[in-house]
Design a protein around this ligand. Structure first.
Ligand code: IPE
Ligand code: MG
Length: 227
């Protein structure tokens, strides 16, 4: 979800107004995802690198996030909310709220909405390597026989599915440390529009572009799309 700052700048507004508008776009796109029957929507909300922004902006983003999660806009929808990222560095009231939402929406089976907050792909891979090293040191795992599946089982959130479509708004063509393990075979989709201007029609277009791709996953003939 890129482009909040530029959206605000274009209007002569402070950056936090761009983030506020970005939060409205999240609500809109979640409704679109439910309409389309998507099973998973994973949002890169706050990265491990975002801490390096001005203190004022970091506080504004985290405060806005807390207000959104407290407001609970998806309370009446079939949305299971999850948080993916580092525990321990976020303000405790925000972390507590995220955990509460995760617990109380656990039974919902429609859309799994994962918010990546204090998330970084290299951090995730480093922590996975540490978990594997601990198992090996305890004699529970032979380092010479570690497989992809072993690695995946030791990820901080082992039940996160692979990414089918990775979509970035804001006119940048890079993935910036987002879900590198899960995106190994993701279709990439980059769009010029700014995140706060995004609505469900853009999600529809992104998914339509995805369905036009041929995914061979290393095989010679096309595989059926998993959507
Ligand atoms: C994305 O918008 C929101 C977050 C990273 C939290 P930006 O804040 O990166 O917006 P630009 O790139 O400055 O326009
Ligand atoms: Mg940006």
């Amino acid at each position: 979800m890129d482009g909040n700052g530029r959206w605000a700048q274009q209007r002569g507004l402070p950056r936090h107004e761009g983030h506020r508008a970005g939060a409205r776009a999240v609500r809109e796109v979640v409704h679109g995802a439910l309409e389309m029957g998507l099973r998973h929507l994973t949002l890169y909300t706050f990265s491990t690198e975002n801490w390096s922004r001005d203190r004022e902006e970091v506080d504004a983003i985290l405060g806005l996030l807390r207000d959104e999660v407290a407001d609970n806009p998806f309370r009446d929808l079939d949305v299971h909310m999850r948080w993916h990222g580092r525990a321990g560095r976020l303000p405790t009231d925000l972390a507590d709220l995220l955990q509460l939402r995760e617990r109380t929406t656990r039974g919902r089976t429609g859309l799994t909405l994962t918010m990546c907050i204090d998330y970084g792909g290299r951090d995730e891979i480093t922590r996975t390597a540490a978990a594997l090293a601990r198992r090996a040191r305890a004699g529970q795992l032979d380092p010479d026989r570690i497989t992809d599946e072993d690695f995946a089982r030791h990820l901080p959130h082992p039940d996160m599915p692979d990414v089918d479509l990775l979509w970035r708004t804001g006119n940048e063509q890079r993935t910036s440390n987002f879900l590198p393990w899960h995106s190994a075979y993701a279709e990439l989709h980059f769009t010029p529009g700014l995140w706060p201007d995004t609505d469900r029609r853009d999600l529809w277009q992104a998914v339509t572009a995805y369905t036009g791709r041929q995914r061979r996953l290393g095989a010679e003939s096309p595989n059926p799309l998993p959507l």
